[in-house]
Design a protein around this ligand. Structure first.
Ligand code: ATP
Ligand code: FE2
Length: 327
C-alpha cells in the first residue's frame, strides 16, 4: 500500500510517499524567517508558493522509483496542531489532490505522527515518549487505545523557549542547534529556575531568567545552564512516568530531540533504571512528511478516512483526542 502525506504545520513544508516498509520519496522546502521568529502568515505564504513544486517533485521521484500516482491509496495531511494559516494552506492542497486523484483523504494528528514515525524507525513497541519540539513538550504513553499525556508544558514548548532566548541573544532562528554548540564551550554552570509542578513543566520563567543572566555571564555559560536545567526537568518527568507505568522503553521524538545533550541525559537515566532508550534518525525527529504519510497509512489500513466535510483544520488538536486503533 502506498500513501502520500503532506506536512506544513509550521516551518517545514514537505510531501512524501511511503509504503509499509520504507520512504519511497520525500521532497521538502523550509521556511526561514528573514528576521525574528516564525510569522504564521509569512510561513503560510511560503507554503502556498512552494506546495505545487513539493507535491509534483515527490510524485515524480516516486514514479522514478516505480510508484506512479495511480498506485496511491490515500492522501494524508497534517490536520493539526499547528499555525492556522499554514494548516489551511496544506489542507486546501490535500483536498484538491484527493479530489483529482479520486482517493480518500486522511487527516493526521501531527504529534501522533512524530510518535509513530519514531516507533517505526526504531522498531519500538510500547514506550514512554518524550516529545520535545518548538510548540510542544509532552510525555505520552499508550493506555487503553489512546496516547495519554502524563506531563506537559504549562506555557511554551522547550524549542520555542530555546529559540526565544536565542533570538534575544542575537542568534538567528532557530536558536536550538546554535545553543547546543555554544553550550559545549561553557566554562561554568549558571543556576536557573527549575520548574516542575507535579508532572507538568514551565519554561517561560527559565527563559526570562536566562535573558537576565546574560548581563553577568557569558553566552556560552548561560546556554549550558539553560540546557542542563530544561533538559533535567524533561528527564525528571519522563523518569517518573516510566516508574509509574512500569514500562521499560523510552522514545525521544520532535525537533529538539536532535540535541545530543538531551539524548545523553535520557540515556543515562534509562541505563540507571534498566530501561532501553530509542531516538530516531534526525530526519524523522524534525517535522517531515514521511511521518504524516506513515501515520496516514496506519489509519487508512484501519479504515479511517476523513470526509471533505470533516477536513477542517484543527490548530489545537490534542494527541489524546485520537483513538489509536492500529496498535
Ligand atoms: P511541533 O509542531 O511538533 O511543535 P515544530 O514546528 O516545532 O513542531 P520541529 O521540527 O519538531 O518543528 O522542532 C523544531 C524545534 O527544534 C525548533 O525549536 C528548533 O530550535 C529545535 N531544534 C532543532 N535542532 C535542535 C538541537 N540540536 N538542539 C535543540 N533544539 C533543536
Ligand atoms: Fe513537529
Amino acid at each position: 500500500m502506498n500513501i502520500l502525506g503532506i506536512e506544513g504545520t509550521a516551518w517545514n513544508l514537505s510531501c512524501a510517499i511511503v509504503d509499509e516498509k520504507q520512504v519511497i520519496s520525500e521532497v521538502e522546502s523550509s521556511y526561514q524567517p528573514v528576521k525574528g521568529g516564525i510569522h504564521p502568515r509569512e510561513a503560510a505564504q511560503h507554503h502556498a508558493s512552494e506546495i505545487k513544486g513539493v507535491i509534483v517533485g515527490a510524485l515524480s521521484n516516486a514514479k522514478e522509483n516505480g510508484v506512479p500516482k495511480e498506485s496511491l491509496s490515500a492522501v494524508s495531511f497534517s490536520q493539526g496542531p499547528g499555525m492556522g494559516p499554514c494548516l489551511r494552506t496544506v489542507a486546501t492542497a490535500a483536498r484538491a489532490l484527493s479530489l483529482s486523484l479520486k482517493i480518500p483523504l486522511v487527516g493526521v494528528n501531527h504529534c501522533i505522527a512524530h510518535v509513530e514515525v519514531g516507533r517505526w524507525n526504531q522498531n519500538v513497541k510500547d514506550p514512554v515518549v518524550l516529545y520535545t519540539s518548538g510548540a510542544n513538550s509532552q510525555v505520552l504513553s499508550l493506555r487503553d487505545k489512546k496516547y495519554r499525556i502524563f506531563g506537559e508544558t504549562m506555557d511554551i514548548g522547550i524549542g520555542n523557549a530555546l529559540d526565544k532566548f536565542g533570538r534575544y541573544a542575537g542568534l538567528k532562528h532557530p536558536g536550538g542547534p546554535k545553543i547546543e554548540k555554544l553550550a559545549r564551550q561553557a566554562k561554568k554552570y549558571v543556576p536557573l529556575p527549575y520548574v516542575v509542578k507535579g508532572m507538568d513543566l514551565s519554561f517561560s520563567g527559565l527563559t526570562t531568567a536566562a535573558k537576565d543572566a546574560l548581563k553577568t555571564n557569558s553566552l556560552e555559560d548561560v546556554c549550558y545552564g539553560f540546557q542542563e536545567t530544561a533538559f533535567a526537568m524533561l528527564v525528571e518527568v519522563t523518569e517518573r512516568a516510566l516508574a509509574h507505568l512500569e514500562k521499560d522503553e523510552v522514545l525521544l521524538v520532535g525537533g529538539v530531540g536532535a540535541n545530543s545533550r538531551l539524548k545523553d541525559m535520557l540515556k543515562t537515566m534509562c541505563d540507571e533504571r534498566g530501561a532501553k532508550f530509542f531516538a530516531p534518525d534526525n530526519r524523522f525527529m524534525k517535522d517531515n512528511a514521511s511521518m504524516i504519510a506513515y501515520t496516514g497509512l496506519l489509519m487508512f489500513k484501519k479504515g479511517i478516512t476523513t470526509p471533505i466535510s470533516e477536513s477542517f483544520v484543527r490548530p489545537d488538536y490534542r494527541p489524546d483526542n485520537v483513538c489509536i486503533l492500529w496498535v
